[in-house]
Design a protein around this ligand. Structure first.
Ligand code: GAP
Length: 454
């Protein structure tokens, strides 16, 4: 099998697992869907929440120099004029005169040295023109020019325009950062690769404000921090690639940008950009609003517009990377010597949607079911657990393997002292990846699990 074929088959299996087990579903599916929009089901929502919570913990709660904010999605149109998005946030597009497809001008295939339509093959294409990626909308009852604004295409601008307010209320000194997680919208011409390029997605962005002379060094610092973050959520460095954007490809105001890329089955693609944006954004807003966005340095008595280093990550792309990195099919031999395929999502326990499955060995035995249910209730305040009493125990393990649950606790006859007193009050804990089991007293179960999922 060629590499391309096996990669696309792997991707198909991942998409199918996501739907089958309630990670990610097509938006508005019963009406035929809406291209570029996705819904997260029960397990996908937990996975996404775990990722966002951990990002927040790392970027805000565990640091003294970063605070959070939560800006509105709709903002004054002037924000997008000043940021440059209204004039330049666009892709070059051409129309095919034969089949009427609208196509990205920079992604057209070539035949005999001439660009052609990938849908019908025609060479009859219009000239390229800019197509703005922002979703336009109207605020209020009148749909005229004065009511126009846009759904935000990035969360960053809310941080820039609130920079002064947050600085004052948080009483921070540079270097300091403002972090935000939230929805962003882009009318992508060609949404593709499952959730990778969506029209509605979430970003996790940090704007880290600093003195101009510290920008270059802080860019390197943030690249390292962010790479460590991916390791800490279970994405190994072998699956990551850092692309240093050459000067001619960078935005004109950037003095350095790295893309952190991931080896998706469909290719090596961007997960996050880490960019040194100089004082561009704050200066633009200062100029356009007429309000000072300068920082006063008490130590030196200087006034200056801070420079910014921005690590900007996609939530949905990272969720997809976690699923792709974790997806694994193993051939194992069951107790009867029969080979079978075990599908496992090898999530890091801190990312796993369900932390622990809890199983009474038999479902119709109240002496087993009672303690199992008590364990569920005792663990619930501390983690997401799942109780399952139906089917053979091996099958119950497999169901949890497939959704990435790192631990399975079984209440058996030893637990209730039926095989003698030595194991009474203990349960087995099965570890997902090694499939090894250990016995642990029920009283130690919570700390055993909490230690491993945080
Ligand atoms: N404030 C900087 C900024 O928005 P970007 O590279 O355009 O930079 C940052 O976006 C991140 O947002 C990307 O690395 C990606 O993870 C995510 N992202 C951007 N467009 C996306 C899309 N159409 N679908 C899913 N995620 C997207």
């Amino acid at each position: 099998m060629t590499q391309d074929k096996s990669a696309s088959e792997r991707m198909e299996k991942i998409v199918s697992l996501c739907k089958r087990r309630g990670f990610i579903m097509q938006s508005s599916e019963i009406y035929g869907g809406l291209n570029g929009c996705w819904d997260y089901g029960p397990l996908g929502t937990e996975l996404k929440r775990n990722l966002k919570d951990f990002w927040w913990r790392r970027m805000v709660r565990e640091r003294d120099d970063i605070v959070g904010m939560d800006g509105s999605i709709l903002m004054n149109r002037q924000v997008w004029v000043a940021s440059g998005h209204e004039a330049t946030f666009s892709d070059p597009m051409v129309d095919c005169r034969s089949c009427k497809s609208r196509l990205r001008a920079d992604q057209l295939p070539e035949k005999d040295g001439k660009l052609h339509c990938p849908v019908c093959g025609s060479f009859d294409l219009t000239e390229a023109r800019a197509f703005n990626l922002m979703f336009k909308t109207y605020v209020g009852a009148t749909e005229d020019e004065s009511a126009i604004t846009y759904l935000r295409p990035e969360t960053a601008q809310a941080i820039f325009v609130q920079f002064k307010n947050v600085l004052e209320v948080s009483r921070k000194k540079v270097p300091f950062g403002i972090a935000q997680i939230g929805k962003a919208f882009r009318n992508e011409i060609n949404p593709r690769n499952f959730t990778f390029r969506s029209r509605e997605f979430e970003q996790m962005e940090l704007e880290y404000f600093c003195r101009p002379e510290d920008g270059v060094e802080l860019l390197e610092y943030w690249l390292k921090e962010r790479l460590k973050f991916y390791e800490d959520v279970g994405i190994s460095s072998d699956l990551l690639h850092v692309y240093k954007i050459p000067p001619e490809e960078r935005a004109h105001y950037s003095q350095g940008t790295y893309d952190i890329e991931f080896h998706f089955p469909f290719g090596v693609q961007e997960l996050e950009g880490v960019a040194y944006r100089t004082d561009y954004d704050l200066s633009q807003h200062q100029k356009a609003s007429g309000k000072s966005l300068e920082y006063f340095d008490e130590e030196t008595g200087q006034h200056f517009v801070p420079h910014v280093v921005e690590p900007s990550a996609g939530v949905d792309r990272t969720v997809l990377a976690l699923i792709c990195a974790g997806f694994c099919e193993e051939t194992i031999t069951d107790q009867k010597g029969k080979a079978e395929t075990r599908t496992v999502l090898k999530f890091h326990p801190r990312m796993a949607p369900i932390k622990c499955g809890i199983f009474p060995l038999l479902k119709n035995n109240e002496r087993l079911v009672g303690p199992a249910r008590e364990i569920v209730e005792s663990l619930r305040p501390h983690m997401m657990v799942f109780y399952d009493e139906s089917g053979a125990i091996g099958r119950r393990y497999r169901r949890q393997d497939e959704v990435g649950t790192p631990f399975g606790v079984t209440v058996d006859f030893d637990t209730i002292g039926e095989n003698g007193p030595s194991n009474q009050g203990t349960v087995t804990i099965r570890e997902r990846d090694s499939m090894k089991q250990v016995r642990v007293p029920i009283g130690e179960l919570k700390s055993f699990l909490v230690d491993r999922i945080n």
